[in-house]
Design a protein around this ligand. Sequence first.
Ligand code: IVH
Length: 680
Amino acid sequence: MSGSTASLQHEIEALRREIREHNYRYYILDHPTISDHDYDRLLRHLQQLEAELGEPVPADSPSQQVGAPPSSTFTSVAHGEPLLSLANAFSDAEVEAFARRLTDQLGGATTRWIVEPKIDGLAVNLRYEAGHLTAAATRGDGVHGEDVTDNVRTIADIPWHLDFGTQSPPALLEVRGEIYMSKAAFAALNARQQQAGATPFANPRNAAAGSLRQLDARITRERQLNFFAYGVGLGGHALAESQSALLQRLSELGFAVQQTTLVDDVAGLLHCYRQLQQARAELPYEIDGVVYKLDDFTLQQQVGAVARAPRWAIAHKFPAEEVTTQVEEIVWQVGRTGVITPVAVLQPVAVGGVVVSRATLHNVDELQRKAVYVGARVIVRRAGDVIPEVVQAVDVDAAAEMPAVPTQCPACGAAVYRLQDEVAIRCSGGLSCAAQLVERLRHFVSRAAMDIDGMGDKLIARLVDEQLVHDAADLYSLDYSRLTDWPGMGERSCAKLADAVAASKKRPLARFLFALGMRHVGAATAAALATQFGHLDAVMAADEASLLAVPDVGPEVAASVMNFFAEPHNRDVLARLRAAGVEPQVAEQLVSGHPLAGKTVVLTGSFQAVARRAAQEQLRKFGVKPASSVSKNSDLVIAGERAGSKLNKARELGIAVADEAQLMRWLAWSPEAQDTQAAD
Ligand code: IVH
């Protein structure tokens, strides 16, 4: 391998890791940290590099996949037909190229397009058996999703039964569409969140995803979700001959569908785009672009699909909102790893529905490239919930004084250095830099990490400032009743905070590992480490070979983990955390030897002694694969009371059926009991 190929490989690996991390944050945590726009840029960059490398692209590259694998909280279900994603266009030229490509491919025949608003929600697959809703799943990785049937049943727009009139309903029909939260429901939910002291949701999409993925379906019901149907999967292709006719048919069957427009050339597509861009603010729900689809199903089939997306459709995204304002000051912010980032303090301005007064400039190179100085007029962009950024300066005054790059850490005064090949400048103060400590603690207590409610930024800053806290372990030995005379900290708040700190002692290992803030270990990598090793001691003792065996862990990540745990200060903090009772919960490991291990089992109906979902969870620990629908691949159906169509289907297919008594025996199974029996 030549040097440049090696570095290209390296860049591709790093990019894949970064994108997986963003997938995880978006799909699993419902908490993205970059805008869709920036995400798309990363994905495109990866596709370019993979093309440049010219080697076969592995199937697990994010460029080949849709979304993230389902999280383990819900049962995984296979979709009858995969759920695809859409390619994106960001400019008129890209739309023109798309239309030309298709027209050429179809031999220049006149084509008819349907234009649909692109709803900013999350895709689901609904399964109807003989017209009855039997299962609903999120998109997941496109092939398998999470079973959210109970939750979906609380959504009023989703019919439980489809009315086929005099016709007999198809044995199986998959209906696809988008679950979303209206702007009004979103505003009301966030008002409630704020009142309860909980973090508000960043945007309606996150709120919808977070509300759907609730183990308690009653919460989903309270959140008021909506649904638009826009497609079909297995069993649906005979319903109509075109997308426009299909939407009509879905509407007759009882689904809500959006208003769409049919056009027959690119000018028509772009006209619709601009109209919808105008109408966007007036719509009762968020849209983030427009989808163009070939209307005719025969033509759709003719052009086919690539790995992630059909060739017959494209999403034309709206640009992120931008406004112009003035830079009042440039400050240098010290992050938890010592990276010092320039931030523009702005004359406050409204963009994308919120008032923005700070925007990141990313790094010194960007600052200089964008020619940002105090007094400059700048364009600021904000997409979704993410940190606003300065796009560029306008009317640059060539005589203006450019900001000086600090040579000392603005927080602790230690020298600033820059590693070769890195754009970032860093503070060399290490453990003695209070700003780094504040940021490490903010990360430690954050929602995706130890999730300590009520431990706000101001409080952390003061705890550090008053030298009451020197590291994460100090959070667990602090006497919170001492803080009652601090601003905003009554007796009640202090007691609540102490409870929240205590409650965080038993977080899952994945969160704890993420909270430690090891370099290159994001939430997704932390989760992979926890699953692989199961226990904190095992992670701490892991050698390079066993770390490299973890999915997504390369030499850089492995070195970072080993260095972290070798560091005496870190070992000391870990020992004190454990002494204070912090006990990361052992990641679930499979118990082997169960009689149903490896079998695909469907639970249907209701059980007296155990909730269905709890039973599924327990069975999963025994290595059983719970599934939500009966097929010839099912090994067993366990039927409770009022078991209906699934039980019938099992009988039709000749699949073994068990009852609740048998289920309870399987749930009570333990390897120890087997050993004793064997010894007898
Ligand atoms: S069609 C095979 N139509 O956007 C076609 N998708 O970025 C797949 N979306 O996964 C989808 N509005 O979750 C389609 N009118 C619409 C849509 C739409 C929103 C979502 C959907 C899809 C994602 C792709």
